[in-house]
Structure formats: structure tokens, C-alpha cells
Design a binder for this molecule. Structure first.
Ligand code: URA
Length: 225
């Protein structure tokens, strides 16, 4: 399954997988950061970055984990995901969904800025896969929202599917529901992406509401009489 592709990537070592299985939430993220990420030189982006942009937000089973492509110039300078022009639109979308940044988790498929905002190279995506994977495993979101073509393809283990196709159904990443939608930067370039993205996000909210309702509905914790 896709998971194997990620964990067997050439830059990975089994250690990541083994200890992630026992740890969740903030503690796990801090451990990953300290032991695996903060001095990372797994790919050439480490040579040109100002700083690594690690994920931020709610680390204890948020409803949504949003995953983007990679830091731009503002993120590289400030060390936080989605703080540039696309980030401002992202904040507006969150507000319209009645969500705060603190309610969700945000990360990227590469944690260092590709120079000149070029697309991440395959080797860079492979090198960084354990970083976002371990974040998802630690945070355990109810649903993953992949923003844009690159994040969508990386999570689906495909290469060049269009967002228009990927967004048509709720997929799963290791049993976690996964919705792909347009990237806010794409929406800034093309207004026509806004409406379908909005529909995707409303559907995603409905999907998570149903998951939560089912969990509540699954009967009393301690059986009847
Ligand atoms: N675009 C992304 O994909 N991620 C960021 O963090 C910022 C812009």
C-alpha cells in the first residue's frame, strides 16, 4: 500500500516508523522535530532554506489537517506555513468555515522552500515524506485536506492527476478520509477554483460531522442492564 512507498523511501530509516507507533500528539511531534527534523539535510532544499517550516496548530486529533505544497518566501522567512498571500486567503476560507488556525493542523509535503517557488523535485518529496507522514500519524486528524495538485498526488501516490479529477471523491490515506481540493494560490490565479473548493470544504465539514455523530451514536459505553 502507499504507506510502504513512504516508509521504504531511500532516505528513511525504520526508526521513524517504530517509535511513531507508540507516540501521539504534541509529545511525538516534539520528538520528531528534535530527533529527526530540526537539523535535516536529507535533500538539497536544506542548502537554500532560511529555516524549516514545520507544521503548526491543533495536535490532538483535530477535525482537519490541511497539507499544502511547500513554504514560499514569506513562510521561509517567518517559519510558519501559509502566512503569505495564499495564507491570507486561506485564513479567510477558515473564517468562513468558522474555524481558527488553532482548531486545525497545517503542514506541507516539503518543509523547506523550493528556490524561486519551483515545484518540489521527486527526490525532495521522497526525502520529506517521513516528515509529513509522522505529523499525520502523531496528530491523527479526522480528515486530511490536500491543497493543490502536488499535495493531492503525493498523498494519493499518483503522479500527475488533475485536482479536478482528484476532488471528485473522498479518498483515504491510511484509513483517514482524504479530500483533495484547489490550493489557495491556485484560487488567487484563477477565481473559478473558489466555488468548487468551497463546495469541497463544506462537504468535508459535513463528512466529519457525520463521523462524529456516528461515534456518539455507537451506543452506551457501558452496556444496558
Ligand atoms: N503554499 C503552500 O503550499 N504552503 C505554504 O506553507 C505556503 C504556501
Amino acid at each position: 500500500m502507499r504507506y510502504d512507498w513512504i516508509w521504504s523511501c531511500p532516505y528513511d530509516d525504520e526508526g521513524w516508523k517504530v517509535w511513531m507507533e507508540d507516540q501521539i500528539g504534541k509529545v511525538a511531534l516534539q520528538t520528531v522535530w528534535e530527533q529527526k527534523v530540526k537539523d535535516c539535510t536529507r535533500c538539497e532544499l536544506s542548502k537554500t532554506r532560511t529555516q524549516i517550516v514545520y507544521g503548526i496548530g491543533q495536535t490532538e486529533q483535530p477535525d482537519f489537517l490541511f497539507i499544502g505544497e511547500g513554504p514560499g518566501a514569506d513562510e521561509d522567512r517567518l517559519g510558519e506555513p501559509f502566512v503569505g498571500a495564499a495564507g491570507k486567503l486561506f485564513d479567510k476560507i477558515l473564517a468562513a468555515l468558522k474555524l481558527e488556525r488553532e482548531d486545525i493542523y497545517i503542514c506541507n509535503v516539503v518543509s523547506c522552500r523550493p528556490p524561486g517557488n519551483r515545484d518540489p523535485k521527486h527526490a525532495e518529496l521522497v526525502a520529506c515524506a517521513p516528515v509529513w507522514t509522522s505529523q499525520i500519524v502523531a496528530v491523527r486528524p479526522r480528515m486530511i485536506i490536500a491543497l493543490g495538485k502536488i499535495a493531492g498526488n503525493v498523498l494519493l501516490g499518483t503522479r500527475a492527476e488533475a485536482v479536478a479529477k482528484m476532488r471528485k471523491k473522498v479518498h483515504a490515506w491510511n484509513k483517514i478520509p482524504l479530500q483533495v481540493t484547489y490550493h489557495p494560490a491556485g484560487m488567487l490565479r484563477n477565481e473559478n477554483y473558489k466555488q468548487p473548493a468551497w463546495e469541497d470544504l463544506l462537504n468535508a465539514q459535513g463528512y466529519v460531522a457525520q463521523i462524529k455523530a456516528k461515534a456518539l451514536d455507537s451506543g452506551p459505553l457501558f452496556g444496558g442492564e
